[in-house]
Structure formats: structure tokens, C-alpha cells
Design a protein around this ligand. Structure first.
Ligand code: ZN
Length: 207
């Protein structure tokens, strides 16, 4: 089952190492405004969901420009944190996906499994149904995914397409890396520009 993996502390450590790699890439690119080097300036976080999360989950990796007068904030994409949601990306995807499909899990069952409020579950549903398909990220991404598999429901179709068995870490890595552009500062409203095209290109390479 998919949800067994989310109880495994080594899975969360695995995702943290991927985030470290993404952060190193951002740091190597230096400040996008002035080209100066970047300092660590992590955001404190209090993610909810699984118990026994590694201590590294108390912050999201982030940087700011080292130059006085610039100090531009650079937050790398993440496979752990989906935007500003207090739940981890994998939990948001999994809980939402478990409500879809031929034998949907009831809200009560999911609340018992993950301790997520009813209202939160409905908010996630609206996010996947209404908001996500309209993002420029998805508009760009769908062109290369749709010929490969059929999109029926978000996020279930994505989960099934990327993640084979329940403990397929590599599949989770691919899925979360694929979605990681939507976790950056500009959030889910992603405008089409050269920069964003490059993000989509990066996602495709990781995909
Ligand atoms: Zn700068």
C-alpha cells in the first residue's frame, strides 16, 4: 500500500537528501538579481502528518543574497513542502489520490490514517480539481505527459503514472521532482517566461 511508505522515517530522510541536491543547484546559480553569492536563510516549518519526522523537517531550505541592498530571497524547489501547506507534499498527494478511483477511501478513514481535518481534505480536492489544471506549470507539462498516459483525475493519475508499487521510492522521487516547480516562490501561479520554460525543461530532465 502506498501509505506504508509514508510511515517509514527513511523515506523522509531520502526526500530530504533530494531537497539538499535541489538547494545546491540553486545556490550554484547565485543571486538571480545581482549574481552575488547566496547565504543560507532557511524558513522554519512545522509540518503535520507523519510522526517521527527527521529534525531537518523543521525548516525549508532557502537562501538570500549576501549583498547589502539586494538580499534577494531564493527558495529552491522542494520535494518535501508543497507551497505553504503545513502538510508535506507526499501526504497531500496521497490523501487526495486515495479519495479518487474505483474504491474511494472515506474522509473518516483518511482522517484516522493521517490526522487531516475534513475541511483540509476538501480544500485539497478543490486545489487539484480547480487550481492545479489551470497553472501554467500544468499547461506546459501536459503536452508531454498526455500522449504517454491518460489524465483522469488529479492527483491520482499522476500518482499511478509515476509510482509503480507502494514502496517505489524512485517513482515518488520522479513524481515529486516533476511537481517541484510549483513549490517555488512564485507558487502555483506560474507565468510563462524564459525562466519558467527552463524550470519545465529541468523538470522534464528529472522526469
Ligand atoms: Zn543579489
Amino acid at each position: 500500500m502506498y501509505h506504508e511508505l509514508l510511515r517509514d522515517a527513511t523515506f523522509w530522510a531520502f526526500l530530504f537528501r533530494i531537497d539538499q541536491g535541489l538547494a545546491e543547484e540553486s545556490r550554484a546559480e547565485r543571486c538571480p538579481a545581482c549574481g552575488c553569492h547566496l547565504h543560507g536563510a532557511n524558513y522554519p516549518r512545522k509540518p503535520r502528518g507523519p510522526r517521527g519526522l527527521p529534525a531537518e523537517y523543521r525548516y525549508r531550505l532557502s537562501f538570500c543574497c549576501a549583498r547589502d541592498g539586494c538580499r534577494k530571497r531564493v527558495t529552491p524547489p522542494s520535494v518535501r513542502f508543497l507551497g505553504r501547506k503545513v502538510y508535506l507534499g507526499a501526504v497531500v498527494i496521497l490523501v487526495s489520490a486515495m479519495r479518487q478511483g474505483p474504491t474511494p477511501r472515506r474522509v473518516r478513514e483518511l482522517r484516522e490514517l493521517f490526522g487531516v481535518s475534513r475541511r483540509t481534505i476538501y480544500r485539497w480536492r478543490d486545489f487539484w480539481n480547480e487550481h492545479f489544471p489551470k497553472t501554467t506549470f500544468w499547461q506546459l507539462a501536459r503536452a508531454r505527459l498526455v500522449p504517454v498516459f491518460e489524465i483522469v483525475d488529479f492527483p491520482r493519475s499522476l500518482l499511478e503514472a509515476f509510482v509503480g508499487a507502494g514502496d517505489d521510492r524512485d517513482g515518488w522521487k520522479k513524481l515529486l521532482c516533476f511537481l517541484s516547480p510549483i513549490t517555488t516562490t512564485k507558487g502555483l501561479v506560474i507565468e510563462v517566461s524564459d525562466d519558467r520554460d527552463r524550470s519545465a525543461e529541468d523538470a522534464r530532465r528529472r522526469f
